[in-house]
Design a protein around this ligand. Structure first.
Ligand code: MN
Length: 250
């Protein structure tokens, strides 16, 4: 009940990085058990090609998620740009519930706005056009109707293309647009926004319409884990989870 609310994002889980997967499982079986809720703000998986993919490599992770939700800790998940095809099958397998992006509501006594963060990067027009295309329901239906092997090939090709495109882009283009942040916070009537996606963990404090406001960015899980803890005092705090310690000697 009185536990902290935890936020993670951009785990980009992939069997090719077993240390991150082990850290995530240890986190779900450990610290998260004492939380009052866990929010996963997108890109839990490096790729998700549909809930009909048995994905046996993630069964340990799903067991840990089921254990956590069965223990009474609510787990809420936003789609990221890599795993926007998570659906009802994922909810059933994990016990977690999907939230719309953006989502605004009360968490730990204050109104909070949650988003993965990619929709805030409006300076990257090429990416926003791509995002609109893959999020289109017709594109989604067409993709999900293809055999798993073909979907896997398409997803790998899209990731390679994304790496090529982002490699040549200035850093500022791939960060959130500060004006967009302010507009979203006004529209949703919040003083605290939490997101991931940019892989630039920080707690930004600024003034919005004459009052203090906070934008907290959760980090990625490439070199170590990253968690944002929100306690009863309303202060978001970032922490790192070392892979070796959390991996449990794996
Ligand atoms: Mn992302």
């Amino acid at each position: 009940m009185g536990g902290e609310v935890l936020f993670v994002a951009d785990l980009h889980l992939d069997p090719a990085r077993p240390e991150a997967l082990a850290c995530a499982e240890a986190f779900l079986r450990g610290e998260a058990r004492a939380a009052s809720a866990l929010y996963i703000l997108g890109d839990l998986f490096e790729a998700w090609i549909g809930d009909d993919d048995p994905a046996p490599e993630f069964e340990g992770l799903f067991a840990a998620l089921r254990g956590l939700t069965a223990a009474g800790v609510p787990v809420r998940v936003l789609h990221g740009n890599r795993d926007f095809l998570l659906g009802e099958g994922f909810e059933r397998r994990s016990g977690a519930r999907l939230l719309p992006d953006p989502w605004a509501g009360e968490i730990a006594g204050q109104r909070v706005l949650l988003t993965h963060g990619d929709a805030l990067c409006t300076a990257d027009r090429e990416y926003q056009a791509f995002r609109a295309q893959v999020r289109d329901p017709a594109y989604r239906r067409d993709f999900l109707a293809r055999p798993l092997a073909e979907r896997r090939r398409i997803a790998a090709a899209l990731r390679a293309e994304s790496r090529r495109r982002t490699a040549g882009k200035p850093e500022a283009i791939m960060d959130v647009d500060p004006q967009e942040v302010r507009a979203w916070m006004r529209r949703h009537g919040v003083r605290l926004m939490i997101h991931g996606h940019t892989h630039r963990p920080a707690v930004h404090r600024f003034e919005l319409d004459g009052a203090p406001a906070v934008r907290a960015v959760v980090g990625d899980w490439y070199e170590q884990g990253s968690v944002l803890r929100l306690g009863a005092d309303g202060e978001p705090r970032l922490a790192r989870l070392p892979f070796t310690a959390a991996g449990g000697g794996g």
